[in-house]
Design a protein around this ligand. Sequence first.
Ligand code: MN
Length: 481
Amino acid sequence: MTELSEMLAKFAAYSPHVDPTALELAWDFAAKAHANQARASGDHYLSHCAAVADSLLEWRMDLPTVCAGLLHDTLEDTPTTEAQLRAEFGEEITMLVAGVTKLDALKFESRDEAQAENWRKMLLATAQDIRVIVVKLADRLHNMKTLNFLSRDKQKRIAAETMALYAPLAHRLGMFKLKSELEDLSFSYLHQEEHAELSDKVGARLAESEKQLAAARAAMEKVVAGTNIPCRILARTKTLWSIYKKMERQGKPFEEIQDALGIRLITDTVADCYALLGVVHTHFKPVAGSFTDYISTPKLNLYRSLHTTITSPTGELVEIQIRTEEMHRSSEYGIAAHWRYKTGEHVKDAHLEEKLNWLRQWIEWLQDLNSPREFLDSLKTDLEFNQVFVFTPAGEVKVLPSGATPLDFAFAVHTQVGFACVGAVVNNKMVKLDHQLKSGDICRINTKKGSVPKKDWLNMVRTARARSKIRHYLRERGIVE
Ligand code: MN
């Protein structure tokens, strides 16, 4: 178990100017409140609180959040009241703990409407303060790590819930490291045999792939050393779940999966990212069509990096990601990486604001949806990460979920464009409004003054935004309920 002294040291390392007294108080409070409780593992309950707080420290969350991590189960599992917490820790920490407690009350056991409605309420309530979700994610991570002590039924239910909702939520918040951990843990319970088998096979191949990776890395180091660009090189390993998904996608056994090696080049500025890309492409043969620029066009969750695949001198494919230190931290920790301290105050940076705005806006759209079922469908669609990049005739890019149609695109451009949409031209060809857009498409929307949304449009859109705008319009006129 992480001890208080270690926590204080970790916290001081990233926020030296903040008085950590509250952390000590929260530790003592949690220790007393849970004094007679044990986890299913037999461990003292405090070890769970400490593990949750420890993740929050790893993500460098602020003091109230780390305290809330220690206290997150006090309201639910002990006689502690909100009034007591408020007297001891003040409004902010109490509000965070109360938020997590409300989430805990929701169990996503079945996909029925009542559960969907609970999830909707949860997201609406917590969107006010994203830190509640971050604490909940830390809680879920530790619960997944200690799942082996529960019954097989519970393991399956909790793993399914984690895979369906918490891993996508982590992905949405750009917390890739957490997302991968949650996925691999869920995978091991949902598909026990496949997981064990794949784990053995990957292990057996490890020695060989490590040798290849070392060679590729050495070749890269040599090339980069010849430049003045500051750069550190990291080797990257694939998660079991991502390999498994690739096998499913390609319908091939592990033996036939071409396991591309992964290398990351981490440098200091955006300009140096592009300079490194030039160096890499000069010395190694790039695979045609493999280059993607997520710096000029960040993903919806604001992930940024340059991606390219090259052939190594020994003939292996090597996937390369090039990014700055800041992008790297951000890609591992996502939204959590954007909390910053300045003499005890939060300074939210532009990326964090952007991410939070995205979340708030998303939830606003979801709020307009009529039935919980519809909400659930939208949630799942919007949490999918297959995205398409579609351009306006003026060259502006719109990022949409895969399967999006010209109607989604029209509403992404402007609500009024969506309302008055009568047709679409994609790559100079007329298409139907339910046509599926692809990345790189150039889409022009034809509008007609006085034209209005039709009821069947609801079946043609994939984004929550378009659906909510159309429904809102139809409902106001009594066309749908
Ligand atoms: Mn808990």
